[in-house]
Design a protein around this ligand. Structure first.
Ligand code: SF4
Length: 338
C-alpha cells in the first residue's frame, strides 16, 4: 500500500520585489527539492532552525499557495495541481493546527460555531441534532466541558485554545494533520498535556501527523521518524532512535548538541557551529552547510550532496565516506532505550 502522503522534489521559491514597478529582483529559495513520505497513522517530524523552510513545506502541502515545482501526492492523487473546486475534498482530509491558536480562531465566533463550521462545510452532519451531537463529542474528545461551547476564544487559556484548534481540525475527520509549531507557544506543563492529547487522538483515530517543530525535546518524545532541514533541504532523515542516539549528518549533530542531556555529566562532544545561517536568497554552492561545517573539504564547496541511504532507514546528504561518530543526546544506541 502506498504512503498516505508523498512529497516529491518539492520546491517553493518566493519572488523578492523592488523598485518603482515592483519587479522581481531576486528569489528566496525557501524550499528547494524536498522529498519524503508519511505513512497512515505515523508521525513524521520536520525539524530545523527558524527559516530552514519547514513551515513552508507544511503550507505547501495544505495548498496555502502554489508550489514552484515538484509534486504533493495524497493517497495516490496529486493535489498540488488541483483546481479550487477539486481541492475541497483534499481540504477535509488534510487539516492544520497552527502555533498561535488565538490568531487562528475567529475571536467573534463562539466555540460552538467554530466547531460546527467545518462539519457544515463538508456536509458531515445530516441534521441539526447530529451537528449538535458531533460538536459535543468533539468537546469530549479534546477534554473541554460542554458549557464552554457558548464562550469565545479570548475567554480561554492558551492550552484550552489549542484544544479548540485541535477540535476544529478533528471536526473535518481528517487523515493527516499538519501541526505547525503547535505547542511552541505553550507553557511546559501545558505543552505536555497537548502532546499527550495529540498522541491519544492519533491512536484513537489512526491519524497521520506531520509535526513541524524546532523543539527537539518534544520531537524526541512523540515522533516515529525525523527529517532534519537546513536552508530549504532535508539533510538527514531517519527513525527517531537513530537521530537521537547516533546522528550522522554534521548539522544534525550540531543541532542536537544544544539539546539538554537527560543525564547530567554524560559524555558528549558538542559541535558548536560558527556564523549564522546563510541567506536563502543566495544559498552557498555545493553543500549548503559547507560555510559552517567543521568537516568541510574541497568537494563540498562545488558539488551538492544527494540524500543517500546509510542503512536501517537512514538517509544522509553528506559527501563524507565515513560519517563521524558522535553520540547524540541519548548516548550510545546499543545501550539506550528505544
Ligand atoms: Fe560537511 Fe561536506 Fe558533509 Fe556538507 S557535504 S555536511 S560540508 S562534510
Amino acid at each position: 500500500m502506498s504512503a498516505l502522503l508523498q512529497v516529491n522534489d518539492l520546491k517553493k521559491h518566493f519572488p523578492v520585489r523592488g523598485g518603482l514597478f515592483s519587479r522581481t529582483t531576486n528569489w528566496v529559495y525557501a524550499v528547494d527539492g524536498v522529498s519524503f513520505e508519511v505513512e497512515r497513522g505515523e508521525t513524521l517530524s520536520l525539524v530545523g532552525e527558524s527559516g530552514c523552510g519547514k513551515s513552508t513545506v507544511g503550507r505547501a502541502i495544505l495548498r496555502l499557495f502554489d508550489i514552484t515545482a515538484g509534486q504533493v501526492v495524497l493517497d495516490g492523487q496529486r493535489i498540488d495541481d488541483l483546481s479550487p473546486g477539486a481541492l475541497r475534498s483534499m481540504r477535509r482530509r488534510v487539516q492544520v493546527v497552527f502555533q498561535d491558536p488565538f490568531s487562528s480562531l475567529n475571536p467573534r465566533m463562539r466555540v460552538r460555531d467554530i466547531l460546527a463550521e467545518p462539519i457544515r462545510n463538508f456536509g458531515l452532519a445530516k441534521s441539526s441534532a447530529e451537528l449538535e451531537a458531533r460538536v459535543a463529542a468533539l468537546m469530549d474528545t479534546v477534554r473541554l466541558p460542554h458549557d464552554a461551547l457558548n464562550r469565545r476564544p479570548h475567554e480561554f487559556s492558551g492550552g484550552q485554545r489549542q484544544r479548540i484548534g485541535i477540535a476544529r481540525a478533528l471536526a473535518a475527520e481528517p487523515e493527516l494533520i499538519v501541526c505547525d509549531e503547535a505547542v511552541s507557544a505553550l507553557d511546559v506543563s501545558v505543552k505536555a498535556q497537548i502532546i499527550n492529547l495529540l498522541q491519544d487522538l492519533q491512536q484513537e483515530f489512526g491519524l497521520a501527523l506531520l509535526f513541524i517543530s524546532h523543539d527537539l525535546a518534544i520531537v524526541e518524545h512523540m515522533t516515529r521518524r525525523v527529517a532534519v532541514m537546513y536552508l530549504g533541504k532535508i539533510v538527514e532523515m531517519a527513525p527517531r532512535r537513530q537521530i537521537f542516539t547516533a546522528p550522522k549528518h554534521p548539522y544534525t549533530k550540531a543541532l542536537l548538541s544544544a539539546v539538554p542531556l537527560p543525564e547530567p555529566g554524560a559524555d558528549r562532544n558538542p559541535i558548536i557551529l560558527k556564523g549564522d545561517v546563510p541567506s536563502p536568497i543566495n544559498p552557498p554552492s555545493g553543500c549548503r552547510f559547507h560555510t559552517r561545517c567543521p568537516f568541510v573539504f574541497a568537494r563540498c564547496r562545488t558539488e551538492e550532496p544527494m540524500l543517500r541511504s546509510a542503512g536501517d532507514g537512514e538517509w544522509v546528504a553528506c559527501h563524507l565516506e565515513s560519517l563521524p561518530e558522535v553520540p547524540g543526546p541519548l548516548g550510545d544506541p546499543r545501550v539506550r532505550r528505544n
